[in-house]
Design a protein around this ligand. Structure first.
Ligand code: GDP
Ligand code: MG
Length: 210
């Protein structure tokens, strides 16, 4: 996963694109958005561990493990004479429905499950507020699932309205049920089509906006 990110950065892809969009003097703040359990924290941890030697947040198979926004400032990537300094913002999963009963099957007590549901709801609101502060987003989708969901469409609609550039990242492609084709097909089906630049330099899947 991180190797692929390296390839993108080595080609100065993000740097060129973001600098063009936000200007050289502004700080790069990249938000990780997507469904609960799509792998946002895992990816953010890989990036921060590789580049600054420390993970950012907790990973769990129980949905909504991340219930507040975590920010790692000054993630500096040095590669081939290039230095890129940015902030990584890992957000709680965006879900359109949170039911505490769904957590019971993971062995949580009713009290714990209710508390988790309450915190997760607050976390979603916090994540949406953070859209005011990010200048680029990785929309992390689980490639074993159908990406055409209300939550993903809502996130993309928000990004589009705010003119925030984003990449769709097809995660969990190591699993046999994963389908990157379905993720690629997702862009046109929602009215977004990959730009020629994205097609050329695609990392797994890439959608419009630059
Ligand atoms: N097989 C596989 N599992 C992954 C991958 N990325 C994350 N996971 C697992 O998916 C679960 C949710 O990951 P997490 O990073 O907490 O998701 P988040 O809720 O989006 O932050 C955890 O059990 C991870 O180990 C991946 O690329 N492949
Ligand atoms: Mg998380």
């Amino acid at each position: 996963m991180a190797n692929v990110m390296f390839k993108i950065f080595r080609r100065n892809y993000f740097r060129d694109v973001f600098y063009k969009l936000i200007g050289r003097n502004k700080k790069l703040k990249i938000g990780f958005y997507g469904h609960p359990n799509s792998g946002k924290t895992t990816l953010a941890n890989r990036m921060t561990t590789d580049w600054i030697g420390q993970p950012l947040g907790l990973v769990s198979e129980v949905p909504h493990e991340t219930r507040r926004v975590y920010r790692q400032e000054h993630v500096t990537l040095k590669q081939d004479g290039l230095e890129l300094d940015f902030d990584i913002i890992d957000t709680p999963g965006i879900a359109t429905k949170i039911d505490y009963k769904d957590f019971l099957e993971f062995g949580l007590s009713e009290e714990e499950a209710k508390e988790r549901a309450k915190e997760a709801t607050k976390g979603i609101i916090e994540a949406i507020k953070w859209l005011d502060d990010v200048n680029g987003v990785l929309l992390v989708v689980d490639a074993t699932q159908d990406p055409l969901t209300q939550a993903n469409i809502t996130i993309m609609g928000n990004l589009e309205a705010r003119k925030i550039p984003f990449l769709i990242v097809a995660n969990k492609i190591d699993l046999p049920q994963a389908s990157t084709e379905r993720i690629k097909a997702f862009s046109p089906s929602t009215g977004w089509s990959p730009s020629p630049l994205c097609r050329e330099r695609m990392w797994k899947t890439c959608t419009r906006s630059w």
